[in-house]
Structures are given as C-alpha cells and as structure tokens.
Design a protein around this ligand. Structure first.
Ligand SMILES: Cc1cc2nc3c(=O)[nH]c(=O)nc-3n(C[C@H](O)[C@H](O)[C@H](O)COP(=O)(O)OP(=O)(O)OC[C@H]3O[C@@H](n4cnc5c(N)ncnc54)[C@H](O)[C@@H]3O)c2cc1C
Ligand code: SF4
Ligand code: SF4
Ligand code: SF4
Length: 1022
C-alpha cells in the first residue's frame, strides 16, 4: 500500500463502468444518475454545456473514474486537476491531505500523477463520457467541457512535457492514448447497444479549448500577465486567471472571518502583501481582456483559489494549509463583487468557493458561471449530491452570458455573512466519531444511537413516529428510556451532535420526534404498562431500594419493576424528578412532563416514598431490601470565593425561583459566574426574574471554550444575557464586581486556547453575584452510607456501578459528578442489568421488552434501502420536526438517512472511488472493500467514518499486485491465479494462500464468502 495511485487502463475502466451499471444501475458507486434534457444547453468557448457546473481542479478531477462519477451525477463542466513542472514522485504531498469535516482544508496541490499520466487520464475520461452520454442516454456527447488547469510559472508551462500536454489536449487525435481508446471502442462495438462506429468517428479530439491559469502565492502580476498573454497568443486557448482571495486585503478577510465565527482561523499578512495587489490586478485584467478580444478568445477570472491559513491545531501534517468550502464562500463572493463593480459586470467569472445546492443557482442568477466545487462532494453523499444541484438548475433559464449583476452579488455577500450554512456555530461541535474500531465486516451503525449513552433505537422510533404509530414508538423509546417526556424536552441530545446529517446541513430532530411520541401517546403508554404489569409481569419477590427520585432513580425503578422486582424509591423532597423538578425552572420544562415519567414507573409497580431522607443503610437492610441503588445526585454547592461579597449559589437560587420564594430579591443587575449549563440556566432564570434588567455571564474563557452546550449558550444569548468573556472575578466593592481580564494564549493539545490572566482590571456594576461554578457530590452522605470514596470524594465503584459495599450500587450524577439526564439513566441501566443478572431473573419472555424488540426489528426490516439512497446527498432543512422532509427526498417523510441500514460514507466521500460496497450472498449488509490501487491516502474517508478508524487502512483491501500486497499491512486479498482461483490473504497479521472455492480454505465463512463474491460478481475489480 502506498499513497501512489495506479491509473486504471482504458479497457478496465470501461468494462467496470458498463458492467457495474448493468448489474446495479450505479457507476463507480454513484447511485444517482442525471439525464440532461435534449437541446437544453448553454454556450461557452463556442462549445455546448448541458449544466454549468462540475468538479473544481482538485481531488475530484485527478483520475478518470472521478470525472466519470461526476459526469454520471450531472456535472458537465470539468476543471481538470492542475498540472505543473513538478509531478509524480517529485511532488511531495503530505498525507492525509484533506480535512473536509466542516469548512474544508487541504494541503494537496497539483496532480500527484506525472503530467503524461494525467494527460492519459483526461483523454480516457473524455472518451468514457462520450460513450456514457450515448450508451446510457445521459445527454449529448458534445454537452460537456473539459477545462485544463495549468501552473504555476511561464518557464514551467513552456517545458516540453507541459507544452505537449497543452497541445495534446487541444488536439489529442495523434496521441497514443487517443488511438488506444478509439481502437478499443471500435473493436468492442458489439459490447455497446447504442454507440456506433459513426459516433466514434465523430468524437472531437479537441479535449480542451480553454485553460485556467493557476499561479502560486506571491506570483507577481507581471508574471501572471505574461503567462496569460502566452496562453492567449501562443497557445490560442480561452483563458481564465485564477484569483486569490488575498485580493481582498488582510483587514477585510480577517474582519469577515471574525464576524462569521472563524476567529480561530489563523493567517499572516504576508500572503496579502506578497500576492498580486488589487490595484494592479484591475488594469492587468483590462489589458488581458483587450488582448483576448483581439484574438477572438474568451477571457475571464476564476474566483477564487483556496485561502492559505496556518496549521495551528494539527489539522493536517503541514505548516500551511488551504481553506475552502463554506468559509471561503463569502470571501470568494467578495472578490467577485469587487471585480464586478470595477468592470461593470462585464468581466466573465468562473466561480469556485463554497458552492453547494443551497446557493449555486443564486450565483448563476447573478450571472456567475461556470461554477465548480469540491467541498460539497467531499462530504457524505459525495458525487450523489450533484443530482440535486442539477435539479435546482432545471428551474433556471438558460441563455447567453449577459454580464454579472453587481447588485445581486453584493446582496449575496451580505446574506452569506449571516447564513447559518456559512457561519461557524458559536461552539465547535464535538467529534462525531465513536471510540470503537470499525469491524472488518458488517460495519454500518447509526452514529446517533452510538452517541446516545443509553443507545436509543432512534431510527426505529422515528419511523414509528413518522408512521403515526405513537404508542409503538413509545414502546421502543421506553425499552431503554424511562423518562421520555423529560428527555424529549431537555435531553442534552448527544445523539444529535453525532448525526450524519450534520455533514449535510443540520441534525435530524431526534429529540423533538421523541417528544411528539410522548405527547401523543404518553397516557396511553402508561395504561399499556399498567396492563402489562397487572396481567403479564409477576413479582420475583426481590426487594430493591432506590435512594433519590431524580432521573437515575426513576430509571432504576422503572427497569427493575418491569423485570418483576419490588422497588421502593425514597426521596427526601416532597416530590420526584430530582434536579429536573426542583432546580431546572418551569421556563424549560413543565411539571406535567416530569409527573408523566414518574407515572410510568408507578404503572410498572414502583412505590415512591417522598419526604423520606435515607441516612444509613441499616434502615434499608432491616426493611428487607436485597439491593440498594444510591441515586442521590450531586447537589452540594460549588464554592466561589469573591472578597467583599458572598455570592448566591446557583442551585439554591434556582430552587427558590421554583418555589416562588417571596423573599428572593436580586436587584436590577446580576452577574452569573460560570460557563456550564447550570450557569446558562441561572442566567436565563435571572433574566426572567421580576425587576432584573441586566444579566452578565462572567467566564474566564471565551464562548467557544465554555463547557455549556451550544444550544444552551445560544438560548441564553438570544434571551439577552450579556456575555462577559475572558474575565476572572477577584473581588466586589462599591457595587462593582472586580475582574481580571484574560487573553487567549496558545493552543493546547486538545486544540483549545488557554486563558492567560493579565493585569488589566474590568469592573461590572451589579447588585447580585450568583456562582454557578460546579456542583459536587455529597461525600458526607457516602460516609454515612458506608461507601468508600476516592480522593475526589466520588464513590469507588466497579464497572457495574457497584460500590465498595456488596449489593449497593451508585447511579447518576452521584457517580461521577454532574452530568446529564441521559447519562444518569445509562448509569442506572448498568446497575439494573447487573442486578438482574446476578439475581438469575429471567426476562427473556418479558412482554414489554419483547414487543419493543420486535418493533425495532420490524422497522429495520421494513426500511427500504431505495428510500435511503433517494436521500443520499440531498441537502434539506426540515421545516419542523413533525413535517420534516421535502420533495427532494423522493417523498420520504424524514431526513434520517438510516445509517444503520446503509452507511457507505467511505464509499460516497472517496474522490477516487477507492472504496466500494458489494452485496454478498447470505450477508445482511453490503460489505465494504477498499481498492488499494485507486487510493492516494487523502484521508477523507477517515473523517466521515463513524468509527475511530481509517477505512482505507482498516477495511478489507483488494490488491492488484504482489508488490502492493507486500508493501502494506492492511488486511486484504490478492488474486494469485485466476484459473486455480487462489488468493493470498492477510488477516490479523497472518498471511496465507487460500482456495476459497474448495474445502482447503482456512478462512472464516464471511471473509471467504466476500472473496468468492468479488471473484464471481465483481471480477472486473481483480
Ligand atoms: C441548572 C441545571 C440545568 C440542567 N440542565 C440539563 C439539561 O438541560 N439536560 C440534561 O440532560 N441535564 C441537565 N442538567 C443535569 C441533570 O439535571 C442531572 O444530570 C440529572 O438530574 C441527574 O440525575 P440524578 O438522578 O443523578 O440526580 P438528581 O436529579 O439530582 O436527583 C437526586 C435526587 O436524590 C434526592 N436525594 C438526595 N439525597 C437523598 C437522601 N439521602 N435520601 C433521599 N433522597 C435523596 C434529591 O432530593 C434528588 O431528588 C442540569 C442540571 C442543572 C443543575
Ligand atoms: S441520519 Fe438518522 S440514523 Fe443517521 S445519525 Fe442521523 S438520525 Fe441517526
Ligand atoms: S479510500 Fe479514503 S484515503 Fe483513499 S483516496 Fe479514498 S477517501 Fe482518500
Ligand atoms: S464509513 Fe465505511 S467503513 Fe465506516 S462504517 Fe461507514 S461503511 Fe463502514
């Protein structure tokens, strides 16, 4: 295995293309096919163009199969990957080289092939597209354009190998590869049903009549002008000059990125000073336009190149990287706006920079086309995203280029700066990868479910909600979630931060769907549980005491009662719900939701005894309880020392708010110190408190580095809480909170910038200071309950959450300190499962559990993969959780992509098509095979695989030659002898020669079946 790609010979390229299409309707793994309506064309360079968009010079136009995949999906304008004097082995590209998780970065540059290899790839692709157009009926064989991209200096461009490249693309008819393609097709005409010899003779060898000139940063304007003049006069090609976003000047770029939340992106001034200056660019472009007019050629600018930024957080193995995608969009557009103003819209713009299905037709309507993209098709959905873009264009009028509308572009710039698809969220989302390693077979998982501490069966319950089967949805939810009303309202929803749709536009509204089920069938579900308890769940006679009626206690009571245990919950307060009921305000969650969740546990037989504080285990032992679950939360106030005042504690403040305490008076101006969720709740409650005018949130770091969830932070901001970032309180005097100002220091290993205290003092006039600085567990209570604690005061427990005292378990915030409701439930489940197991209680025929499991299976089995494929790549914002989905999803009622049924992210996002999914007889899921020869280790599949894995290294790899096999450590296989059907296989580090078709095969059944399937059904890959 190496990062060098081995191009596929034309014959194999074509065989695979058409064989795969016949077999599965896909082309190089792309599911979605675009058919261009006959006669609907634009014209540029005197050539026809069925759609004015396509892949930019980059990873998606490097190999012939990339171009084929893009064409199949609807692209018709191809900006071929740049060639330059440095190529092949001489060109160092650090790998991985692409990071497209959100805004995109790369550290790759021109083609990694040699210039002659690149030439062959482009000619092969040209032929393949012509054949596809006719054979697959995708459009006119003359309906697409290849635009060559050349760099970086005149001396290089004039070198014989580049000159040959340029001349060859201008007319390829005399080149060996052209002849090879032609001969192959003519010799195999019988393989085609529509392509004729006459068609083949008509294929134009003029592969490119245009070039985009790419220059390196720092290239002087005189040199750019010289090269462009050369291309126009000597090479006689229509020419676009690639402009850098540095034309905007440092201050504009910095201010725009800061305004949009990209303040963490670091870059120096030097590129802005070294690159071509705007004042010189304008007259130069005017001169070149004049020259092109004289030569009868088309001329314009390509806006823009990527944006050079510093590697600060180990993003890529390089010192500098190039930014593109959603954050480049406003900058590229700004360059377009500036130049359009100065040229009165007459300058032709070929656009690239963050274009996607949401914005691309707006660019076109402003007069900007052709448009190329890379980032959007490097994300899940991949090339399949293009069909939606083509669909958007179906509504557009086609006509001649009439100029760029300055007003429209100006409007787009302003819109972009505020558009959530382009701005950075206030908090950088957590990693979406799980901690598990990808299995070699059957790897599809739903990341949402993986991210949920109780692993809710999300895809199943959402489908039931969508089908209006609310009671069934509640049965599925209730299997693992004892408090669906509470979690439906205020769960921190870690599932949603893992959702694959984050890579599209926004997560599926998983939590809201749960609430719909709970609201629609909450009471019915309670009745259902009561009936099941009465008729079908017998008591097992084992008594369990639960201390605390918060989420952990309720969950434990619910699940144990369902399993037949006799459960009593002791709660020191007058009612249940714990922190949710007594601290979190009604502003956030209604008391009826909490009562309903407690009612489920009661319906299952749990007893709740309120106003009963447990202070020792003896009373429980003497009452006959065999097991105890301690779920007492973490309500001990954290302490903030501020000289000159005693801050109010946040928890007691919130409790008093909930109790409508008439003696509570916090004045007009309030400072809340802290940056967690409790601080946000406190600030919002203070803001809503009668008489309060200003609430200041004081925290030592900035918003981006606050521990609070993004949603909580945004709510506090939207309700008018004023954030006083980077302040550390040191005292209070004369009605003012005195703080030391911090600045952000260097990035630490976790990628966060550390706050560094300065001597600057900031004071804030406030009447009350509230401390929300982290609650603690009550270790005194653990002492009283005889539990051993560690140095942090936390109870020492084993992996089952059993404490140092046999049969006594701890769950919820009391286990590891303040966390979340769903984590509290997960802890309780761990304890409950252990109690069930050690008690020998048989739950295999439990009706509540089994009905839920049957529904989950039913939903999985009934999910039609075709529906999921229809949604692949489609960007779509659901209007509201109840009515998500749109016509783009082919009538599918939900935005959920059903990742547990079909993942294939690694297949979709690979620009080179180096991962494939194959159907294997007897295996439920398609299996992923990595194709060694096509991979350049760009790393893109790693970013989007939900596992902590690198698909290009960790999935079963198909090798095409022994050297590659020997050069790699990937598990995989190589065909040794086609007649004998023998394979060399590496599995778990052991190499064996195998005959999978005979009984002399030592492979496990699954791997063996996969290899046989590749041999039988995908022979063209071998
Ligand atoms: C202000 C605030 C906002 C929050 N917002 C969210 C949110 O939006 N989403 C989210 O997921 N999480 C949120 N959390 C966290 C969440 O509330 C807790 O993680 C969750 O309540 C923990 O549940 P628990 O059962 O472990 O503890 P608790 O809910 O604290 O319940 C413990 C119960 O034990 C009782 N108890 C204690 N000692 C005894 C005793 N000796 N005898 C009998 N009873 C006793 C207590 O009275 C209490 O009722 C928030 C927390 C706070 C403070
Ligand atoms: S798209 Fe659906 S299955 Fe995939 S992570 Fe999101 S909610 Fe889960
Ligand atoms: S398999 Fe992965 S690393 Fe290899 S080229 Fe494709 S996306 Fe890049
Ligand atoms: S990205 Fe690929 S390897 Fe990872 S889970 Fe999905 S299909 Fe499997």
């Amino acid at each position: 295995m190496s990062d060098r790609m081995i191009p596929i010979p034309f014959e194999n390229l074509i065989t695979r293309l058409f064989t795969e299409y016949k077999k599965s309707g896909t082309v190089y793994g792309v599911h979605k096919k675009y058919i261009a309506p006959a006669g609907r064309e634009l014209t540029i360079f005197g050539e026809k163009l069925e759609t004015p968009f396509g892949p930019a010079a980059g990873p998606n136009t490097q190999l012939a199969q990339n171009i084929i995949a893009a064409y199949f999906a609807g692209c018709r304008f191809f900006e071929l990957k740049t060639v330059q004097k440095l190529d092949g082995e001489d060109l160092p590209v650090a790998k991985p080289c692409i990071l497209a998780e959100d805004e995109c970065y790369n550290c790759e540059w021109s083609t990694e092939l040699t210039v002659p290899q690149a030439f062959d790839e482009y000619v092969k692709a040209w032929w393949a597209l012509k054949l596809m157009a006719i054979e697959l009926g995708l459009g006119s064989p003359d309906g697409f354009i290849f635009n060559m991209s050349v760099g970086y200096d005149l001396e290089g461009i004039k070198l014989p190998k580049l000159d040959k490249f340029i001349e060859g693309l201008k007319d390829a008819s005399d080149t060996p590869i052209w002849k090879e393609c032609k001969e192959y097709v003519l010799a195999h005409l019988s393989d085609f049903s529509k392509v004729t010899a006459a068609d083949v003779e008509r294929f134009s060898p003029k592969v490119c009549t245009s070039a985009t000139l790419s220059t390196l940063h720092g290239c002087p304007s005189e040199d750019i002008e010289k090269i462009a003049s050369y291309l126009l006069t000597e090479k006689h090609v229509n020419t676009f000059i690639k402009c850098n976003p540095t034309l905007l000047g440092y201050d504009y770029a910095r201010a725009t990125l800061d305004e949009m939340g990209y303040d963490y992106i670091q870059f120096g001034r030097f590129h802005f000073e070294d690159d071509m200056q705007y004042e010189l660019a304008v007259p130069m472009l005017q001169r070149l336009q004049k020259l092109a007019d004289e030569k009868g050629l088309e001329f314009g600018v390509k806006i823009t190149n990527t944006f050079p930024v510093d590697v600060k957080r180990n993003e890529l193995p390089s010192e500098e990287m190039y930014m593109s995608g959603k954050s480049l969009y406003p900058l590229s557009l700004s360059v377009a706006m500036k130049l359009s103003k100065d040229f009165n819209g007459k300058l032709r713009i070929s656009y690239s920079g963050g274009a996607d299905a949401f914005n691309i037709t707006k660019l076109y309507e402003a007069g900007i086309w052709p448009i190329t993209f890379a980032t959007t098709i490097l994300k899940p959905g991949g090339y399949n995203r293009v069909l939606q873009i083509a669909g958007e264009f179906a509504k557009e009028e086609y006509g001649a280029f009439k100029g760029v509308s300055v007003d429209a572009v100006t409007r787009l710039v302003e819109e972009a700066k505020k558009d959530p698809h382009h701005t950075k969220p206030v908090k950088i989302p957590p990693s979406r990868k799980s901690k598990k390693e990808v299995p070699i077979t059957d790897c599809f998982i739903a990341p949402c479910s993986e991210g949920c501490p109780i692993h809710q069966d999300i895809t199943a319950y959402m489908k039931l909600v969508e089908a209006g089967r609310y009671l069934d949805a509640m049965k599925v939810i209730g299997l693992k979630n004892a408090v669906p009303n509470i979690t439906g309202t205020i769960c921190a929803h870690p599932c949603m931060s893992k959702c694959t749709r984050n890579f599209y536009e926004s997560p599926v509204a998983i939590r809201a769907k749960k609430l719909i089920a709970a609201r629609k069938a909450g009471v019915e579900y309670e009745k259902y549980l009561g009936e099941k308890k009465l008729h079908s769940i017998a008591s097992n006679g084992i008594k369990v005491a639960v201390i605390g009626a918060g989420p952990a206690g309720i969950a434990a009571a619910n699940q144990l009662s369902r399993a037949g245990f006799e459960v009593t919950v002791y709660e020191k307060r007058c009612s249940g719900g714990g922190t949710v009921a007594h601290v979190i305000t009604e502003q956030r969650i209604g008391r009826d939701a909490i009562a309903q969740d407690i009612a489920y546990a009661v319906a299952l037989g749990a007893r709740f005894e309120y106003n009963h504080e447990v202070t020792s285990l003896d009373e429980l032992r003497s009452a006959g309880f065999k097991y105890v679950i301690v779920a007492v939360g973490a309500g001990k106030p954290g302490v903030l020392k501020v000289s000159g005042c005693e801050p109010l504690n946040a928890i007691s403040f919130l409790e008093r708010v909930n109790l409508h305490d008439p003696s509570l008076n916090i004045g007009r101006n309030v400072a809340v110190v802290g940056g967690g969720n409790t601080a946000m709740d406190t600030a919002r409650a203070a803001k809503a408190f009668p008489g309060v005018e200003n609430v200041y949130l004081v925290y030592r770091r900035d918003k981006r580095n606050m521990p609070a969830d993004a949603e909580e932070l945004e709510l506090a901001m939207s309700e008018g809480v004023e954030f006083k970032d980077l302040l550390s309180p040191i005292g209070y005097s004369d009605g003012r909170l005195i703080c030391k100002k911090n600045v952000l220091g260097e990035y630490d290993k976790s990628g966060r910038r550390t706050p560094v205290e300065t001597e600057e003092i900031v004071t804030i006039a406030v009447d009350t200071v509230i401390a929300a600085v982290g609650e603690k567990v009550d270790s005194d209570l653990y002492h009283a309950l005889e539990l051993e604690i560690n140095e942090k005061g936390l109870p020492i427990c084993d992996k089952n959450n059993q404490s140092s005292v046999d049969s006594v378990y701890v769950a919820g915030d009391g286990l590891n300190g303040p966390a979340t409701i769903v984590q509290a439930m997960a802890d309780a489940t761990t304890a409950v499962e252990h109690i069930i197991k050690r008690s020998g209680v048989d739950i295999s025929s439990n009706p509540v559990i089994n009905e839920a499991r049957a529904l989950i299976q039913e939903m999985y089995d009934n999910t039609d993969v075709k529906d999921l494929i229809a949604k692949k790549g489609v960007l779509c914002e659901g209007a509201d959780p109840g009515s998500e989905g749109c016509s783009n999803c082919a009538g599918a009622s939900s935005r959920c992509l059903g990742c547990d049924k079909i993942c294939e992210n690694c297949v979709d996002v690979c620009p080179n098509r180096a991962n494939i999914a194959i159907d294997v007889p007897g295996m439920q899921m398609p299996q992923i095979i990595h194709i060694d020869r096509m991979c350049n280790e760009c790393g893109n599949c790693t970013i989007f695989c939900p596992y902590a894995s690198l698909p290009y290294k960790d999935k079963l790899t198909l090798y095409n030659d022994l050297a590659s096999f020997n050069n790699s450590t990937n598990q995989g296989f190589l065909l040794l002898d086609d007649t004998l059907k023998t394979f060399r296989v590496r599995l778990w580090g052991v190499i064996t020669d195998e005959e999978p078709f005979t009984e002399h095969c030592s492979l496990g059944a699954e791997i063996r079946e996969i290899i046989k399937t590749v041999y039988n059904d995908y022979h063209y890959l071998l």
